[in-house]
Design a protein around this ligand. Sequence first.
Ligand code: 13P
Ligand code: SF4
Length: 354
Amino acid sequence: MSATLNPRPRIDVPPTVRETLAPDERAALREQCRELLRANDAVLVAHYYTAPEIQELADDTGGYVSDSLDMARFGHEHPAATLVVAGVRFMGETAKILNPEKRVLMPDLAAECSLDLGCPPDEFSAFCDAHPDRTVVVYANTSAAVKARADWMVTSGSALDVVRHLDARGEKILWAPDRYLGEYVQTATGADMLLWNGACVVHEEFKGEELAELKRAHPEARVLVHPESPAPVVALADYVGSTSGLINEVRSAPNDTFIVATDSGIFHKMREAAPGKTLIEAPTAGRSATCRSCAACPWMAMNGLRKLREALLVGERHEIRVPADIAERARRPIARLLEFAAARKQEIYGNNDA
Ligand code: 13P
Ligand code: SF4
């Protein structure tokens, strides 16, 4: 069973504006940020969709670049007193909820996510109240207040495993907020899921028909799709997975050419992982075009070196704060996922970490 009930709230999508830097300025900012990270006992944790210079700085300073599950895990396990999260707001909130004793800074607190914005806590809470017999599973891309109402949090890299686990226990699921990821999980697991009607403005714009055409023009290409994409796009995929999963495919699959349906920021790490391979963006434009983001998340683009330096210099205006009562309730579904994911990893790899 699967249904969507709520009308979609209107979301104002800002234009995608990336920081532009002359080479000298970029080099100077990098050095200043490196020094400020050290002086603040801070570590930089970045998402794959952020600008190459942010990812490089994280890699060069002992920080981390990854998907949302591993960003949470890394920040939780790292001893630094300050976590600087370059990504979108829910990633900073997750870090703060898991690490209340640490200071969590973000380059820009206005870096939102359409999934989070499309799931207001009060309406979501009413939706949960109307279905008390269901286990509430929310995607990481939600506010702390929505997580506080949930039984489980999942990420794109863990959703299938968690839902299979719950389905095997006979639990019916209330899922929010990404209806496309929900439909994908529902189809793959056969679980009984009631879906909130939310979407990622970036992935929703990938086009099935145009992708099929592109696939015909490149029959040798392996098609990689993030599961926030609509069903007709997912149906054309050779591989569906989290951002880490997509990068791993480019590294390990024998193909030389890949068509990639996710934010184009990921190409930086894909090129590093497999320098000789050809990467083609899946179409967001074409006959059915409504392209508002053109495969570039406007909120991820708000992360730049200038703002990162400012965050490390002035702290305050860039600090993530989550009210203690909400944080306490939101910690439960997040910690549950981390424990579940660690146990799965142990099952699969034993003591050989992978
Ligand atoms: P991942 O957890 O796969 O990195 O996804 C996060 C996200 O926001 C994708 O749009
Ligand atoms: Fe949210 Fe989509 Fe941006 Fe990911 S790409 S942060 S899901 S708006």
